[in-house]
Write a protein that binds this ligand. Sequence first.
Ligand code: NAD
Length: 370
Amino acid sequence: MQLFETIVKHGEHEEVVICHNKDAGLKAIIAIHNTALGPALGGTRMWNYQSDEDALVDVLRLSKGMTYKAAASGLNLGGGKAVIIGDPKTQKNEALFRAFGQYVQSLNGRYITAEDVGTTVKDMEYVYAETRWVTGISKSLGGSGDPSPFTAHGVYMGIKASVKEKHKSDSLKGMRVAVQGLGNVGFHLVEELIREGAEVTVSDIDADKCKKVEKQFNVKVVSPDQILAADCDVLAPCALGAIFNDQTIPKLKTKIIAGGANNQLAEARHGQALKELGVLYAPDYVINAGGLMNVFVELEKYSPERALQKTETIYESILAIYEIAKKEDIPTNVAADRIAERRINQIGKLKQKHTGFNPRTFGTLKVDGR
Ligand code: NAD
């Protein structure tokens, strides 16, 4: 593998840590992309990667994404991520996560971890046995628990901002909203939409989830191949990524896309394609930042009220992105990137000037009670 070539190709990362503990069977990579705004926060993914190169590319890409997400959301956090190479179904054990925790500890707060795809709150409790630099742990240990209701609430606020932008009023009463995916985020989102009087259409590849939601709320269920082209005012993707591509975009009937799924655009150029069709797109990493805001509050001193308050700032953040997109005549995904980059440059410089901030010595953030 051309290690440095791969790293340089995927952005200017501050630090990439290769973690290996033979006895514990640990092979992991921690990538710290940028700490100009604060310590790098991002979850630990456990995945059976085809090759070490695939794992490296994934962690570089994901950590850079976290820098942009935190910056555009107005959080004083940088971007980082970790991947553990292995099968999450068969290769997990206490020693593996504790060995990983020792690597996180060795970074002394420059990187803060959390759960992600393939890892659970229980796994993070093993990590927590070795380091305080872990968040999103269970409520019984003083953590904030499941972030999904906060992610869903942020998406709901982003939908209201988008409706305001298109229709001048942000009321969702009578608005036709189509929700793809009824998992942790989708379910809570449907609950909030119904509460405000929206007409909700849903879909999930898991028929049991559809039945559960249909039983609980007054919703219309459609098949998974119909939901993206549903005739609606707002389409809220809350399942997988890369769903807006050359095949799906021409079939869209919605004029607003605002949902919680990560990496919704197959490629950045699809943001331009949506703009040309007059579809307002709420950039995914901004509208789905409620979960990140929740764990950020956990790092200070957890209060659900503060987490909720922070999540509600997504409304203004989304409107600010639409404003810049209009002013500069650019797609909204590009506007979000510009806002993030400007904040990293301006605030990052300010911190250096006023506090002598040096990413190398960062680590003063207090994790309450630990
Ligand atoms: P989840 O796994 O609980 O739910 C995803 C749901 O989508 C599942 O019910 C699955 O059956 C369904 N699904 C998959 N493919 C589908 C398809 N083609 N059509 C319809 N349904 C389909 O995941 P989640 O935690 O609810 O997260 C949803 C999305 O939001 C993901 O993209 C995730 O990365 C993103 N996200 C989640 C959080 C969070 O706090 N959970 C935070 C930020 C971003």
